[in-house]
Design a protein. Structure first.
Length: 169
């Protein structure tokens, strides 16, 4: 959540300042992400055949790759728009898999886990805005992207280590 909110919060500023685009042009970045997110609902039906415990591991690695890909295309407005479309799709898949995992936890804990998920999500917004804002100001948006990628890759490795591939109830 911190990776997403940290990048999403500051990508518009980056596109405006570093690529010298207008405010309305930078809106295409958000539009591309949103269109990709919508596509994720269609693509997600394919993933329904795979256990969310398996899929989440690969999705987190893909998200890390997207952040690195944004670094690679950071000097191209059209490149960023294209990668943001991909980012939206993959992020939708990740979010749906995570919610699917949490919603299949036993009844006594399900409501608490979903509530905790909301706390973590909104907390991630706050942490990302503060920490990634400081990183952006002290270094650059490319550092923000690098840290976002490292956080996602670390999450993926932790999933590989600690999540077994058994079915969830």
């Amino acid at each position: 959540m911190v990776s997403f909110y940290g990048v999403y919060t500051f990508i518009g500023k980056f596109v405006q300042v570093e690529l010298n685009t207008s405010l309305s042009q930078s809106g295409f970045v958000v539009l591309a992400y949103g269109a990709g997110f919508g596509l994720g609902s269609i693509v997600g039906k394919i993933l329904d055949r795979i256990s969310p415990l398996i899929a989440i591991k690969y999705i987190l690695f893909l998200l890390a790759g997207v952040y690195f890909l944004l670094i690679a295309v950071s000097d191209s407005f059209l490149g960023i728009i294209f990668v943001c479309f991909i980012w939206g799709t993959i992020n939708h898949l990740g979010l749906n898999n995570l919610v699917s995992i949490l919603s299949k936890i036993g009844k006594p804990c399900r409501v608490r886990m979903m509530g905790l998920f909301s706390v973590v999500s909104y907390g991630g917004t706050m942490v990302a805005a503060i920490t990634f804002g400081l990183i952006y100001e002290a270094f650059s948006f490319l550092h923000v992207l690098s840290i976002a990628a490292i956080l996602c890759a670390t999450s993926a490795f932790l999933c590989l280590l600690f999540l077994d591939n058994q079915k969830i109830n």
